[in-house]
Design a protein around this ligand. Sequence first.
Ligand code: FAQ
Length: 313
Amino acid sequence: MDQAEEEKVFQERVDAEEKIEPKDWMPDKYRKTLIRQISQHAHSEVIGMQPEGNWLTRAPTLHRKAVLLAKVQDEGGHGLYLYSAAETMGVSREEMIDDLHEERAKYASIFNYPTLTWSDIGAIGWLVDSAAIVNQISLQRTSYGPYARAMVRICKEESFHQRQGYNIMMTLMRGSDEQKAMAQDSVDRFWWPVLMMFGPHDSDSVHSAQNMKWKIKRQSNDDLRQKFIDQTVEQANAIGITLPDPDLKWNEERGHYDFGEIDWEEFRRSMSGGGPCSRLRLAHHRQVHEEGEWVREAMRVYENKKRSNQEAA
Ligand code: FAQ
């Protein structure tokens, strides 16, 4: 088959909802855009451990600490599933980490914001994990098999993360005036950056049109953002939190909440190294990666020794 025929058969398989597996033929651009998206997703999970890890030593109770510890470890695990899924497409872990360190690869801009108070941990669990779930539920049906399967387990774990975050917010909102003000302040700071997690408007999204056709993406950035807003308004009302958007109101005709415009200048700044903690996040990742070199070296020596023993036997 020539290239055009192969692409036609590939598209027919995608249209028929068949999963594409690592050894199947796929267009080069499909492989490239998936490596881009999956590795960025993996980097987000791992960089996302930093803002929450910041509060591990200051969690208010032993119970909260144990829960947060489990959550942060889960995020590291998600990164590992996702790096493994990307590796099935022929890219190595080293290349992906290099791309992150050299700022050729992105990670979710939300993790460039600081966690200033304990309630920020509640706001991240509730809002950031909710947004991640809305996006990832959709990705469970993505066309690339290893990515879709990784999403199933990740979504289950994210549900627990969301519940623990909402539980922190609910507890604070039942507390003193000071606790209520702290919870509200976290939501005031995180709300707009969370809406940016879904990416630019569909009309400005460079990858959406092709990636929807290939069923890498199953729902558009704007549709997912709307879904998240509709469900979150009800959750905020239930605990007495005010979402910081004066334009937020139910639109009977559309059957959705209307909302104000996102500050896209801030989004662009934050995703391209100009967020409040961008430098810190990457510097920390580079430092920890360097400190872990002895583990990778030990693994390489062990693998080489095992191979030479097998060859000698
Ligand atoms: N931040 O053409 P599009 C989590 C970039 S996991 C930074 O629309 P696409 C778990 C985009 O990469 C959160 N950059 O791109 C957790 C592209 O740049 P490029 C991560 C962004 O790929 C919770 C450019 O803008 N989840 O939270 C962002 O079709 C708590 C043009 O955009 C995923 O990664 C952004 N927010 O759609 C962990 C889900 N948005 O690559 C710890 C998988 C867009 O050309 C604690 N990814 N950009 O240089 C996706 O679904 C998609 O990649 C989108 C972007 C929706 C993020």
